[in-house]
Design a protein around this ligand. Structure first.
Ligand SMILES: *Cc1c(COP(=O)(O)O)cnc(C)c1O
Length: 265
């Protein structure tokens, strides 16, 4: 079996080839190495191989692992890619730099509140000198992606939008939620995320990725004051098709680290 370094290089080669096929620049696409179930020494190996973006799907597991890689020193970006329960939202705001799996307005409001109190705890207790040049405290905004289930698969988390923008009933509800989420001052909505259904051929995932991109384009027209740069889509089995359809972030586990012990994906 190849080493992690070799497998990462291979993934980068395949990413670049897919980008070229679509007339895109390879450096538009971020590889998130999905490290769920893997121990810290394996993660350290990936970091040594040049990976900066790491994905975990469970807060409880991430709590054990992420603090072992102190952020300031390492320049790592930790991505939460799995469903987040509201009672874990506070911990998540401490651990993660971006949440891909924002899947309800209620969760958005909870995260917003926790990021706000996170700010409050970092406000210095000593009064600021009243000189003219004091900058106001920069309020933290947590980057988030809205996870959308456009495939209609019953088991998938995410905002429910089977069929995508053409589903007018669901779309109206979704747009109302989006409008309220965009108004939350401590969240920074940066795009969309989806998980394609398990299929036997990567090509079968293409319509799902295309639908997510069309939804993003619609949101960009509807809410032009917000940038909608990111589409987080594509995993080990389908990331090349996702890149051809406009993915800016792909989430890859098995192609880098090999098979995981049996668990839900
Ligand atoms: C596990 C996981 C991945 C990575 O899956 P692979 O098939 O191992 O590449 C990507 N996204 C999410 C949400 C996951 O849970």
């Amino acid at each position: 079996m190849n080493s992690i370094v070799e497998r990462i290089a291979l993934v980068h080669d395949r990413m670049a080839a897919a980008a070229r096929r679509a007339g895109r620049a390879p450096d538009e696409i971020t590889l998130v190495a999905v490290t769920k179930t893997h121990p810290v020494d394996v993660i350290a190996e990936a970091i040594a191989a040049g990976v900066h973006d790491l994905g975990e799907n469970r807060v409880q597991e991430a709590e054990q692992k992420i603090p072992q890689f102190p952020g300031g020193q390492t320049g790592l970006t930790w991505h939460l890619i799995g469903h987040l329960q509201r009672n874990k939202a506070k911990t998540a705001t401490h651990l993660f730099d971006i949440v891909h799996s924002l899947d309800s307005l209620r969760l958005a409001e909870t995260l917003n509140r926790h990021v706000e109190t996170l700010d409050a705890t970092t406000i210095p207790s000593t009064p600021q000198p009243s000189t003219a040049n004091v900058q106001p405290l920069v309020r933290r905004r947590l980057p988030v992606l809205l996870q959308v289930n456009v495939s209609g698969e019953a088991s998938k988390e995410g905002f429910d939008l089977p069929g995508g923008p053409e589903n007018h009933t669901h779309l109206a509800l979704f747009l109302a939620d989006v409008e309220r989420m965009l108004a939350l001052p401590h969240l920074h909505v940066q795009g969309l995320m989806t998980i394609a259904p398990l299929v036997s051929e990567p090509e079968q995932a293409r319509p799902v990725f295309r639908t997510l991109r069309r939804l993003r384009d619609l949101l960009a027209r509807r809410f032009p004051a917000t940038d909608w740069p990111h589409l987080s889509m594509g995993m080990t089995d389908d990331f090349e098709v996702a890149i051809e359809e406009g993915a800016t972030i792909i989430r890859v586990g098995r192609a880098i680290f090999g098979a995981r012990p049996a668990q839900t994906r």
